[in-house]
Design a protein around this ligand. Structure first.
Ligand code: ADP
Ligand code: MG
Length: 411
């Protein structure tokens, strides 16, 4: 719905541009031609009959034909080719017109219609680089070609003028592009924020209601397990699943209301060791080994320990989950520029495809059948609150390297 809306708006924009273009082109082309070939000789006292040679009146007939073709294409909705139709027809007509006019005569080449200058100046109105290059290279190439065939240096002044105007038009075009890019980015950010706000409200409302009954459910299940120790096959699974629901609710609630962070000095070695103890079971089950490399004694890190543990649990879990056939995870911790701590987690898993890498961090984006698509999002948020950065590099079928860079001291 949104997409078709957007494209119909873009078509509408193109339509406005092409109508402006048709008016300008025809108005300027015909007034210039009439002025140049009919009014000017009249004032100069020349005879009217031989005032427009070359293709003569055929030029007008062909251009009116092109105009009808353009109107036809606009009507049938093939609007994007109209500008190319015009510029290409114009170039061809002009080359033939000039060749017919000058070949076999001693006359020197004279600059053509002023509409050529306008074609270049107005090329940015389509906000289309391909069209811009077609116009400027087309016009410059046309004059150079004529110069070559006619062996006439008179083509050089218009070529120089077109180059100068092309540079100016290019600057305009780039400005348009950059402005549109910024608008798109701002719009994307807004959309993301809105999405988060909606999830947040939902989470705050529902999450709270779910957590209380969930904790009584867990308590009673545990009680049942203790009371009937002989029939407890399913109890551990039930408790495990309840914990899973709880962690999803926690993730959702985290997004809902950003919590106050308590910065305290903590040991990164301990945080990593804790994280590994939590994920160890899952790693063993999948035949994943973990190697940790700490670069010398590490300074204490200013952080919210509980939340950082959450970050590394999420990242290491993702790495384990990416290696269904087993493999190795390398965790490296070192100090960068004395002020930052870098923790990188490298796996040998399935990697992330180029198209998916843009979606990372979008709420609910997941490629797993039982994934929530919230892990990276929460991770990102916590790292941002720590004024840190999260870098992800991935190669399909080779593995992924995730690096967390955090400032060691918060002032
Ligand atoms: P979830 O783990 O619930 O799917 P995440 O936000 O943690 O949600 O991750 C989102 C997606 O990013 C995953 O579904 C997966 O496709 C991709 N991903 C994240 N980390 C890795 C990794 N280390 N290797 C391969 N893919 C990954
Ligand atoms: Mg995950």
């Amino acid at each position: 719905m949104k997409d078709s809306n957007k494209s119909s708006k873009l078509i509408f924009e193109e339509r406005k541009a092409i109508i402006l273009f048709l008016w300008l082109f025809n108005l300027i082309f015909f007034s210039w031609d009439i002025f140049y070939y009919y009014c000017r000789p009249y004032f100069n006292g020349a005879a009217l009959s031989d005032s427009r040679d070359g293709l003569g009146l055929w030029v007008y007939v062909i251009l009116v034909g092109v105009l009808f073709a353009a109107i036809y294409y606009i009507k049938v909705g093939n609007i994007y080719i109209v500008k190319y139709l015009y510029i290409i027809s114009f170039l061809i007509i002009d080359i033939i017109d000039n060749l017919v006019r000058y070949i076999g005569t001693t006359e020197h080449f004279a600059t053509g219609n002023i509409v050529e200058v306008l074609l270049v100046i107005f090329s940015p109105i389509f906000v289309n680089k391909k069209y811009f290059w077609t116009v400027s290279i087309g016009l410059i190439g046309k004059d150079l070609l004529l110069g070559l065939i006619l062996q006439d240096l008179n083509v050089l002044p218009p070529v120089l003028i077109y180059i100068t105007i092309s540079v100016l038009a290019y600057v305009l075009l780039i400005r348009f592009y950059s402005y549109i890019n910024s608008l798109t980015t701002v719009y994307e950010e807004l959309r993301q924020k809105e999405k988060l706000a909606v999830i947040g409200q939902m989470a705050a409302g529902i999450g709270h209601e779910i957590r209380n009954p969930l904790s009584s459910l867990r308590g009673f299940t545990q009680l049942q397990q203790e009371r009937y120790p002989n029939t407890n096959d399913y109890y551990p699974i039930m408790i495990q699943e309840i914990d899973r629901i709880n962690s999803i609710v926690n993730d959702l609630m985290y997004l809902g209301k950003p919590r106050v962070i308590h910065f305290e000095k903590a040991s990164i070695e301990e945080i990593i060791a804790y994280t590994l103890s939590i994920t160890q079971q899952q790693a063993e089950r999948q035949g994943v080994t973990v190697e940790t490399i700490m670069a010398g004694p590490l300074p204490p890190l200013d952080c919210d320990e509980k939340q950082l543990k959450q970050v590394f649990i999420n990242l290491i879990k993702n790495s384990i989950e990416s290696m269904s056939q087993g493999g190795r995870i390398k965790i490296k911790v070192n100090v960068l520029e004395k002020t930052k701590m870098s923790v990188s987690i490298q796996d040998e898993g399935c990697g992330i495809s180029d198209e998916n890498i843009h979606n990372l961090g979008e709420p609910f984006f997941t490629t797993k059948t039982d994934g929530t698509g919230l892990g990276l999002m929460v991770t990102n948020q916590i790292i941002k609150e720590h004024l840190g950065v999260l870098n992800i590099n991935s190669e399909c079928e080779k593995g992924t390297r995730v690096e967390v860079i955090l400032p060691i001291i918060h002032s």
